[in-house]
Design a protein around this ligand. Structure first.
Ligand code: PEP
Ligand code: MG
Length: 766
């Protein structure tokens, strides 16, 4: 890129790879040196400016409410520091943050996003190169250099800035960068409003006062004087703990919560585990108090299991910690925080981690949201929280940053929390809640309305489900059926493999509750990120997403798949059954899976059992190879369903679970759009129904594009039904189809902006 184009010189003379390495080495010294976060940032900014020969170097840091604040500058007016603020999307700096992409301009004032801020005194600077400061897939700020004259920046310069931005991201993440004016007005940096950015574990919005859940008790006496009396204390505490768990079980049953009930039953099993109890009794006999013995067994278990990384086992370890803490509470005769009569009306729980039973300890009528330092979407506590419609955010360091009774907003939709939110954030929250409520009302109003586009094209809306607790949504949402039942989810919350009898019972309950609406059961899709403790799958695999998962496990362990198919056939006696296989990569795999189903049908008939009234068999389209086998596949299947989550990850070779890559490519890209169109056309020619059940089907703009391509069946999670139905009822498909004809062959990264403009111009409610 070096050289001269017209009369614009390229780069700073002499800033080559060696200069870049020198700068980075000096930067490392600054980071390792002493000084506050602000002092180190000032040194970094000065260093960049000097070494890169820039007239200006500035660092903007993302603050609460998506505002970028100028935190340090060399070359701009120093009075602007901590005073100049830009919204994301405002000005070139806001544009860099908004798109999370570097920009290098030889004539910044002519850029459409240029915003002039007189307080910075920046008008004489013509060239600008800026990069986003990224951490954990999120924009934390922007780093910018500017030159007075016009120049083209070189790749080395932009890449150096990107590397430095990674270092600055660490400073930002350490929470050391604070606005001194705000510190002066509150007196304590710990009391400033703060935005904790993390991961969404359960969606929704909530506001309340922080209740810090700290289950640990300090044990005063470890060594006992009388083993017999300690054993008696232990037995009494176990008895009260059992009855307390039974009470929780009954309460869960009364509330109609079948999934928490299942989980609590697993709990009771743990609590009755003879191995666990006998090890505690043994420790008492060795001379420890009951509390000391419980603690010691817990420490041993932790030490034995600490090296295990399997997420399922780690979650079970958390369950056991929960149980240990409960037992200690009962031994101390102490009630947990949850029983405190002094708890606020609106509770936001903050905890390092917690078990599902601990969550259920709190009064459900007061519990608004949860912030955890540790947790994953498949942890039991999150499954229960989702069932109770409570948002959960995972945010590292939450316990250090939140004080008891701090006002907190939990934004489970965006994986963030606002602590001691400023008034503008509180107002924005109140508006978001009101908007949500208004939208809910609107969705409720169209529930019984037909799912038909403005120009009369019927669209079938189906649900993606995985828990019994999801089923009431089928009626409430007005969806036509269940387009994807993920059978692995009930398997994931159990500690042993459910036998045919247990599976038959579960599938019958699902069919009983769906009032004859169609249900597509997908056979076990485990492996990858969905591990079961009783199937030693992808342990040690370098690429679990490309590894031994889903149908591959089913075909390698035919008895596992056959048991599931047997249970599905039995549960569907006299009723229609639709079975779908996940991750099929070749027709031969489909044939092999289908053969196992035929064997089970023959077995059922041989035993005189009642077969389903009709069996439909289909496959997910997740592996791209299948798209090149359609002539052989289509005559064999009764239906297809596109799993766009996996299909996108495989088409773009871009891990869906990795925050650095998951959003890198857009399913609304020319590549995905044209391959989906070819698929829909091929299915139309072969008269094979095709639906789509990946997450994109539930996002209104994406769903609009899918309808434009030709999909007529969309399967989505229950909260998406209202927004998607609202969109499609305002859509003119014929106009969209014609518009999209001009898009498929384009070379853009994404067609999202174009489709959004279409929606805006044609009054489509997205
Ligand atoms: C998909 O891949 O799009 C899909 C629906 O399956 P899952 O998200 O369960 O992998
Ligand atoms: Mg999938």
């Amino acid at each position: 890129m070096n050289g001269v184009v017209g009369d614009i010189p390229a780069g700073s003379p002499g800033f080559d790879g060696a200069a870049s390495r020198r700068l980075l080495a000096r930067l490392r010294d600054v980071m390792a040196g002493s000084g506050s976060g602000q002092e180190r940032l000032d040194k970094i900014v000065t260093l960049i400016g000097m070494e890169m020969g820039a007239d200006v170097c500035s660092c903007y840091v993302m603050r609460a409410g998506e505002v970028l604040e100028l935190f340090s500058t060399l070359g701009l007016n120093q009075d602007a520091v901590h005073n100049t603020r830009l919204r994301v999307g405002e000005g070139i700096v806001g544009d860099i943050a908004g798109h999370a992409r570097p920009i290098a301009l030889d004539n910044a004032p002519s850029h459409p996003s240029f915003a002039y801020r007189p307080e910075t005194g920046e008008d004489p600077f013509l060239s600008l190169a800026g990069v986003p400061i990224l951490r954990g897939g999120k924009v934390r700020g922007v780093l910018v250099i500017q030159h007075k004259d016009r120049r083209r920046y070189t790749e080395v310069e932009v890449e150096t800035l990107q590397t430095i931005a990674m270092v600055v991201a660490e400073l930002v993440a350490q929470g050391e960068l604070v606005n001194p004016q705000e510190v002066a007005s509150t007196g304590d940096p710990a009391l400033l409003p703060a935005r904790l950015s993390g991961t969404s574990l359960a969606s929704g919005l909530a506001m309340g006062l922080a209740v810090i859940h700290r289950p640990q008790l300090t044990i005063r006496q470890m060594v006992s004087e009388d083993a017999e009396s300690e054993l008696a204390r232990l037995n009494a505490a176990i008895a009260t703990m059992h009855s307390a768990i039974d009470d929780l079980l009954n309460a869960a049953a009364l509330a109609g919560l079948s999934e928490p009930k299942d989980i609590l039953e697993t709990y009771r099993m743990f609590a009755e585990d003879r191995g666990w109890l006998s090890r505690i009794r043994e420790a008492i006999r060795m001379g420890l108090t009951a509390e000391g013995a419980v603690q010691q067994v817990q420490n041993d278990t932790r030490a034995r299991m600490s090296h295990l990384t399997d997420p399922y086992i780690r979650e079970r370890l958390l369950d056991l910690e929960d149980l240990t803490n409960r037992l200690l509470q009962h031994l101390a005769g102490r009630k947990s925080e949850a029983d405190g009569g002094t708890l606020p009306e609106d509770i936001v729980l903050v905890a390092r981690s917690m078990g599902p039973a601990e969550l259920l300890d709190y009064d459900q009528r007061r519990l608004r949201g949860v912030i955890l330092e540790e947790g994953s979407p498949s942890s039991h506590v999150c499954i229960v929280a989702r069932a109770l419609n409570i948002p959960v955010v995972q945010a590292p360091d939450a316990l250090n940053r939140i004080e008891p009774l701090d006002p907190v907003i939990v934004d489970g939709d965006h994986g963030q929390a606002f602590v001691r939110p400023a008034e503008d954030i509180q107002m924005a929250f109140a508006e978001a809640v009101a908007l949500r409520a208004r939208k809910e009302q609107m969705y409720e109003a169209i529930r019984a309305q037909p799912s038909v586009t403005r120009d009369g094209v019927p669209i079938s809306i189906q649900l993606n489900c995985g828990l019994l607790i999801d089923l009431p949504h089928l009626k409430a949402s007005g969806a036509e059926g269940i387009g994807l039942y993920r059978t692995e989810i009930p398997f994931m919350v159990r500690s042993t493999y459910p036998d045919v009898h247990a599976q038959t019972d579960l599938y019958s309950r699902i069919l009983d509750q769906t009032d004859d609406k169609p249900v597509v059961f997908r056979t076990l899709d485990v492996g990858g990120d969905k591990m079961l403790p009783y199937i030693a799958a992808s342990e040690g695999e370098e690429n679990p997403a490309l590894g031994w998962r889903a149908i591959r496990i089913g075909l390698d362990h035919p008895s596992l798949l056959r048991q599931q198919l047997r249970a599905l056939l039995r549960a569907s006696a006299g009723r229609p059954l639709s079975v779908m296989f996940p991750m099929i990569a070749e027709v031969a795999e489909f044939d092999a899976a289908r053969r196992l189903l035929d064997l089970e049908i023959a077995r059922l008939e041989g035993q005189g059992g009642e077969p389903p009234s009709r069996v439909r068999v289909g496959t997910m389209i997740e592996v791209p190879a299948l798209l090149w086998q359609l002539p052989a596949l289509l005559p064999r299947v009764d239906f297809l369903s596109v799993g766009s989550n996996d299909l996108t990850q495989y088409i773009f070779a871009s891990d869906r679970g990795n925050p650095r890559t998951s959003g890198r490519y857009d399913p609304l890209s020319p590549a995905m759009m044209s391959l989906l169109r070819r698929l829909v056309e091929a299915c139309g020619d072969a008269n094979v129904p095709v639906s789509i059940c990946g997450e994109m089907a539930g996002r209104p703009l994406d769903a609009m594009a899918l309808i434009g391509i030709g999909f007529r069946t969309l399967s989505m999670s229950p909260p998406s039904v209202g927004p998607v139905k609202t969109m499609l009822r305002s859509l003119d498909v014929a106009a969209l189809r014609q518009y999209m004809n001009g898009l498929y062959l384009r070379g853009d990264h994404s067609l999202r902006d174009k489709l959004r403009s279409f929606a805006k111009d044609h009054g489509v409610l997205i």
